[in-house]
Design a protein around this ligand. Structure first.
Ligand SMILES: O=C(O)c1ccccc1N[C@@H]1O[C@H](COP(=O)(O)O)[C@@H](O)[C@H]1O
Length: 224
């Protein structure tokens, strides 16, 4: 990709989240590369289910201040137990968690832990999407937009980013869903830019095994 395909406009420098990590050696390299957010998937049905590879103690010993746990329709008790034992700093709710659930979780969770609410974009109208976004804002810290799917996430499929120009986005947000080196230059069509890009399956050799060369290329593209 050539220099003029950089996605950044002016001084826009999104943070980077690399999700679906399972290998300690790769995690150490990503820490050294100063990746902003490390994502761990605590969803058993995912091919990137972290507990098939690492235990909670190993995750807790990873020295990083932005460890994100991705949960799909998990119970509050389990989320809290994993968060404490793995030393997570962010909870990403990637399933069909209701507002009541998030309020309850917020009350029981250590107040320093930030909540990222995922909005999966499918066939909903702009109005429906807007309503979902503005509900329950006081209990969450970030939004994350991903492509809707039966697998909940990790499909490598993008949604039409133009829809982000048709809604009000009241919180900083993560952009995810099939972000790749091939489509990243199209980010400039978005008016309110993402706080962080969230990359996953398009930067892998196999599920959970990241392609560090591609990630280095991404860093060169988005970090000035
Ligand atoms: O990656 C998974 O297997 C996964 C499973 C269930 C929920 C979320 C999952 N990953 C999240 O999906 C998005 C987008 O990933 P991709 O770039 O489309 O592969 C990302 O936020 C991951 O956190």
């Amino acid at each position: 990709m050539s220099e003029n395909q950089k996605p950044s406009t002016n001084n826009y420098q999104p943070k980077l989240k690399v999700c679906g990590l399972t290998q300690l050696n790769q995690i150490r390299e990503l820490v050294a590369l100063k990746i902003d957010f490390l994502g761990f998937i605590f969803y058993e049905k995912s091919p990137r289910y972290v507990l098939d590879h690492l235990n909670l103690d190993e995750i807790s010993k990873i020295s990083h201040h932005r460890k994100v746990g991705v949960f799909v329709n998990e119970s509050i008790n389990k989320i809290i137990e994993i968060t404490e034992q793995a030393g997570l700093n962010f909870i990403q709710l990637h399933g069909d968690e209701t507002d009541g659930f998030i309020i309850d979780l917020r009350q029981k969770l250590d107040p320093t832990i930030k909540i990222i609410k995922v909005i999966r974009i499918g066939n909903q109208s702009t109005n429906e999407l807007q309503k979902t976004i503005i509900q329950n804002l006081s209990t969450i810290n970030y939004l994350l937009f991903d492509t809707d799917s039966k697998a909940f996430g990790g499909t490598g499929k993008t949604f039409d980013w133009n829809i982000l120009n048709e809604i009000e986005i009241p919180l900083p947000y993560f952009l995810s869903g099939g972000i790749s080196l091939e489509n990243i230059h199209q980010l400039s069509i978005i008016n309110r830019q993402a706080f962080s890009l969230d990359v996953n399956s398009k930067f892998e050799l196999n599920p959970g095994i990241k392609d560090l060369e591609k990630i280095k290329e991404l860093i060169n593209l988005v970090k000035i």
